[in-house]
Design a protein around this ligand. Structure first.
Ligand SMILES: Nc1ncnc2c1ncn2[C@@H]1O[C@H](COP(=O)(O)OP(=O)(O)OP(=O)(O)O)[C@@H](O)[C@H]1O
Length: 247
């Protein structure tokens, strides 16, 4: 039984139909990455899957008492506010030193417990946010562009860590990334979204796309090139499209 599934959901933001006709199931232990152009509904779909927004149509089904760990894009820290890593991880409820140390060790930043949040590098901060997300031993880790602002080697290291955590904790991972070329090796299934799911498959299937190979390693363009290639096809289903696929 999937941990979370969406059945033919549609989500509106005012007059904007951000997500439509989306059905998606997340199984235990799998890593699923959602990619797509800006404004294609990736964050909206993620938020609908975890219950943070209610679909206007369709249903979301979650396993009862599902433990979800959420990693935001980043945390905007007021540098005037003194806050150690340990204190931050004890909010909003105290979890105790042992658990905090274990979580920081799992995310590769065990030595920074007493440091101020405001003094951390971008990569360290993301690992602290990841540590916070695993404190409740989640069955699902949800990440919304967790490596924004990190350089490519730091992003790649972060995604390798996600894969290690999945293996250690046995959790499923659902994430949004712009960097398919970086996240590829740490992904079981890729979902290409443009309001609706345009295509999905294993990284092997998507890496076979000539347009992607041509542009592999050229930054965000790689993911978008893949997107363009994979969408140069006829759809089996009669979606009411409100966008055009580029060739
Ligand atoms: N709170 C909101 N109010 C109004 N419109 C919204 C809101 N959130 C998202 N939208 C709109 O819904 C559409 C989908 O937005 P969403 O943030 O889900 O896309 P995204 O693929 O995550 O974008 P990006 O890659 O730029 O982060 C966009 O047209 C966006 O402007």
């Amino acid at each position: 039984m999937p941990l979370i599934s969406a059945q033919n959901i549609e989500v509106h933001h005012g007059a904007t139909r951000a997500v439509f006709g989306v059905s998606l199931a997340l199984d235990p232990g799998e890593i699923v990455t959602i990619v797509g152009p800006n404004g294609s509904g990736k964050s909206t779909l993620l938020r609908a899957m975890i219950g943070a927004v209610t679909p206007n149509k369709g249903t979301i089904t979650k396993q009862p008492d599902l433990r979800i760990g959420y990693v935001p894009q980043t945390l905007h820290i007021d540098t005037a506010l003194p806050m150690t890593v340990r204190r931050f991880l004890n909010l909003p409820k105290r979890v105790g030193g042992g658990k905090i140390q274990a979580a920081l060790a799992k995310t590769g930043v065990e030595a920074i417990e007493k440091q101020q949040l405001s003094g951390l590098s971008g990569g360290q901060l993301q690992r602290v946010l990841l540590a916070r997300a695993i404190l409740n031993d989640p069955q699902v880790l949800v990440l919304d562009e967790p490596t924004q602002g990190l350089d490519q080697p730091a992003s790649a290291a972060f995604y390798r860590l996600i894969e290690t955590l999945r293996d250690d904790l046995g959790c499923a991972v659902l994430m949004v990334s712009h960097e398919l070329h970086v996240v590829m090796s740490a992904t079981d299934r890729v979902i290409c979204l443009n309001g609706h799911i345009c295509c999905e498959g294993t990284p092997d299937v998507v890496t076979a796309a000539p347009a992607y190979r041509e542009l592999f390693g050229t930054g965000t363009g790689g993911a978008l090139a893949l997107y363009r290639h994979e969408h140069n096809h006829d759809h089996d289903h009669d979606h009411d499209h409100d966008h055009e696929h580029s060739a």
